[in-house]
Design a protein around this ligand. Structure first.
Ligand code: PGA
Length: 250
């Protein structure tokens, strides 16, 4: 069975509620009936209920950009998997490089969040990727291996089935610099091989690995068209309905 691509919009800390509503109104007609790929939006927490309501019954799923690993508790400013689920969110990003860079998320925290998402039936999109110095030092494979081993610690092959991985080279995020399709495909193959080592060949063959980092309508076809690339996690170019729809229809 070929892997169904997932095209995901990471809105980061952008959009007012009115802008989110306007996006949905413009976007839905552009992707009506599109079932070749899965589509998901990842808005800020306060936008989630409104966006979920506006997308009800459509072919577009909604997820959070982050969850806490605890089910509830004294964690000021955080959102739990159960709260996400209660408002109808079905997916979550975990370990985005901005979370790692600005909020101190370690592989251990990523691992705890992954356990929690899987326990509650939330589809996790686990983000991995090297920074520029690591790539230049020839350490990309080691970094990806460490991040993956950390993320999947204690997770069984059976439990890991819903996991989606997003390969996002940090130097390509928001910089306009994209990995070439060949570079991305090479990293994806490394990731798939490592997932195979950690969890087995069968799950590795079925796991979706998205590419993220300056994906735009102009480069989407070349990237997602690679056999190894099973979709995209899109930041900047996902903020406008026409541009994100063009990526969905790569
Ligand atoms: P970008 O962001 O598309 O703006 O590079 C991607 C991401 O951070 O997920």
């Amino acid at each position: 069975m070929p892997r169904k691509a997932l095209i995901a919009a990471n809105w980061k800390m952008f959009k007012m509620p009115t802008e989110a509503k306007a996006f949905v109104e413009a976007f839905l007609p552009l992707v009506a009936g599109h079932d070749r790929d899965e589509i998901a939006l990842f808005p800020s927490p306060v936008l989630l209920p409104g966006v979920i309501e506006a997308l009800k019954g459509s072919n577009v799923a909604v997820g959070a950009q982050n969850i806490h690993f605890a089910e509830e508790g004294a964690y000021t400013g955080e959102t739990s998997a159960l709260q996400l689920k209660a408002v109808g969110g079905t997916h979550t990003l975990i370990g985005h490089s901005e979370r790692r860079q600005y909020f101190g998320e370690t592989d251990e925290i990523v691992n705890k969040k992954l356990h929690t998402a899987l326990k509650h039936g939330i589809v996790p999109v686990v983000c991995v990727g090297e920074v520029l110095e690591e790539r230049e030092a020839g350490k990309t494979a080691d970094v990806l291996k460490t991040q993956l081993a950390g993320a999947f610690a204690g997770i069984t092959t059976e439990a890991a089935a819903p996991v989606v991985i997003a390969y996002e080279p940090v130097w390509a995020i928001g910089t306009g610099k994209t990995a070439t399709p060949e570079m991305a495909a090479e990293a994806h193959a490394m990731i798939r091989a490592e997932v195979g080592t950690l969890l087995g060949a069968e799950i590795a063959a079925n796991m979706r690995i998205l590419y993220g980092g300056s994906v735009k309508p102009e480069n989407a076809t070349a990237l997602i068209g690679q056999e190894e690339i099973d979709g995209a996690l899109v930041g900047g170019a996902s903020l406008k309905a026409d541009s994100f729809a063009a990526i969905v229809k790569y």
